[in-house]
Ligand binder design. Structure first.
Ligand SMILES: *Cc1c(COP(=O)(O)O)cnc(C)c1O
Length: 308
């Protein structure tokens, strides 16, 4: 039997919204990014999650790259992150010449252990990149107070945490930046996609994020009529997602709660049926702390080490 790793849930509106673009293409319907569907996606997330500013990106990896550019990680700068994560948390730091400093995880949640963060802080530490593994929140109060004490940036890798919460707050809206993934394997998808959430109340930061996302140009200002032509003003790359994918994504976002509830039913079913094996000590089931409302992103089980 072949068990698929992830099967995207379709709401039915993906095709409808994409067809809307395709049938209106001769009348000027936009296919490049930042069109009406893209704006609707960003607005949806800002309202639903209570996020100050959301910018759609081509992936969570690009959102993490943008955050790393915005912080201004320089050669030799250190960024603290969990030792157990996906490559995209570390890659942007290495690309900027920085040093990922891996901190061990809490055996209960498999998230970065806040008690081990402080001993990893040096005069070169600039930021902490916590990862909400399986959509279960990290201990954010502890992480945010360490960041405040040592004047560090916090970038939440919330790739797996879309729609999940920490003490009632949506993941991705707690640190200075939050990064979401809409890859096929995540709860909400458009094939490949992501978003950068900017939580600091700093218009200059938002302005620079828009520039970095538009290949280092002030094209976003040009589209708003704030400059009469656009030009190269900073570093940047091509991080804007196509309008066609945004249309697909809007259909998914509108069904966010429905999709996560369906996943929760499956998650609970696994938990119920596997509990007997935990009772007999063969496996360990996920531990969900009181502060976390997860989104059923992954149901994982832990086995004993072979030599234990
Ligand atoms: C999936 C994932 C990413 C990368 O997301 P993309 O949208 O594919 O770039 C980054 N971090 C974590 C923890 C992930 O699970």
């Amino acid at each position: 039997m072949k068990i698929p790793f992830a099967r995207p849930y379709l709401t039915g509106n993906e095709q409808k919204y994409i067809n809307d673009i395709l049938t209106n293409i001769r009348n000027g319907a936009q296919t490049s990014g930042d069109g009406p569907y893209g704006k609707k996606c960003e607005q949806f997330m800002e309202e639903k999650f209570g996020a100050r500013k959301v910018l759609l990106t081509t992936s969570c990896t690009s959102a993490l790259e943008m955050a790393t550019f915005l912080i201004g990680i320089k050669p030799g700068d250190e960024v603290i992150m969990p030792s157990f994560t996906f490559v995209s948390t570390a890659n942007p730091v290495v690309m900027a010449g920085g040093i990922p400093v891996f901190v061990d995880i809490d055996p209960d949640t498999l998230n970065i252990d806040p008690e081990k963060i402080e001993e990893a802080i040096t005069p070169r530490t600039r930021a902490i990149y916590p990862v909400h593994y399986a959509g279960v929140s990290c201990a954010m109060d502890e992480i945010m107070s360490l960041a405040k004490k040592h004047d560090l940036w916090v970038v939440e890798d919330a790739a797996q945490g879309v729609g999940a919460r920490y003490k009632g707050k949506y993941l991705g809206t707690i640190g200075d930046f939050g990064c979401y993934s809409f890859h096929e394997t995540k709860n909400i998808t458009c094939g490949e996609g992501g978003a950068l959430v900017i939580n600091r109340d700093d218009p200059k930061l938002v302005e620079r994020a828009e520039i970095i996302r538009e290949k280092g140009t002030d094209r976003s200002k040009f589209h708003r009529g704030q400059v009469d032509k656009y030009t190269w003003v900073d570093i940047g790359s091509s991080y804007v997602i196509s309008e066609i994918l945004s249309a697909f994504l809007l259909a998914q976002l509108e069904a966010l709660d429905e999709i996560n509830l369906k996943r929760m039913d499956v998650w609970n079913e696994y938990a119920e049926r596997l509990r007997q094996f935990e009772a007999s000590g063969i496996i360990r089931l996920p531990v969900i702390p009181d502060y976390a409302e997860h989104n059923a992103h992954i149901f994982y089980i832990l086995f004993q080490d072979q030599d234990a």
